[in-house]
Ligand binder design. Structure first.
Ligand SMILES: Cc1cc2nc3c(=O)[nH]c(=O)nc-3n(C[C@H](O)[C@H](O)[C@H](O)COP(=O)(O)O)c2cc1C
Length: 199
């Protein structure tokens, strides 16, 4: 082994491992409502994301975890531990956000409150929808993300219930959103990779 390898060998190996490992990005469905449209939006984002082959993207459905309402049980429900384990396995997030009374859903806020360290030092993008693109809900979420040390990226695709959905229920996104979703994912993957070095 040469002098340089002896000196930097370990570090070089670690750097190689870090750059070749794919990031794990969770696409979190923010609504759990019966008849919700969020799965359609989440699958659309995942379809765009998978084509990039730059990270492992997966849909994370809050409804699958059967989380109780925070503070109303002894906290031993397996879904709570599973939720934390799932978040811990992820390097970054894309939140699928729908506007409920000018904010995020109670279900998403409850799920956010059920974890702490599992969120820390990660990045997130937001794709929102509503009558005004879900903008007010997304801005509320940005305030919450600061408290759980999640860095939210700037680019934010906003979908309209009037022009990106038929009868406000069948998702038919306009072509123009595609570039915006990819730009958002560029930022999420870059920041998720950078923040991984802090953990
Ligand atoms: C309780 C409730 C409150 C809502 N408030 C708003 C609102 O303030 N602004 C808005 O643009 N849409 C509002 N909506 C419409 C939702 O954005 C729309 O129903 C959307 O499809 C909800 O997402 P989901 O189908 O994934 O649950 C509201 C819907 C519900 C059920």
């Amino acid at each position: 082994m040469g002098f340089i390898e002896k000196l930097f060998g370990k570090q070089m190996k670690e750097e190689t491992t870090m750059t070749t490992e794919k990031l794990n990005i969770g696409i979190i469905l923010g609504s759990t409502r019966e008849g919700r449209v969020s799965p359609q939006v989440g699958e659309w984002v995942k379809g765009i994301a998978d084509k990039r082959e730059d990270a492992n993207y997966e849909i994370v459905d809050i409804a699958d975890f059967n989380l109780p309402f925070l503070g109303t049980t002894d906290g031993t429900e397996p879904g709570i531990a599973d939720w934390n384990e799932k978040l811990a396995s992820l390097d970054g997030f894309v939140f699928i956000v729908q506007e409920y009374n000018h904010s995020i859903t109670g279900a998403l806020k409850n799920a956010i409150d059920f974890a702490r360290e599992a969120w820390y030092n990660k990045a997130a993008g937001i794709v929102s929808y509503g009558s005004t693109g879900g903008a007010r809900a997304a801005e509320h979420l940005r305030g919450i993300l600061g408290e759980i040390k999640v860095a939210d990226v700037r680019t934010h695709p906003t979908l309209s219930l009037f022009t990106d959905f038929e009868n406000m229920s069948e998702f038919k996104p306009q072509e123009l959103h595609l570039d915006n979703v990819n730009a958002m994912l560029d930022e999420v993957t870059a920041w998720s990779g950078a923040l991984k070095t802090l953990r």
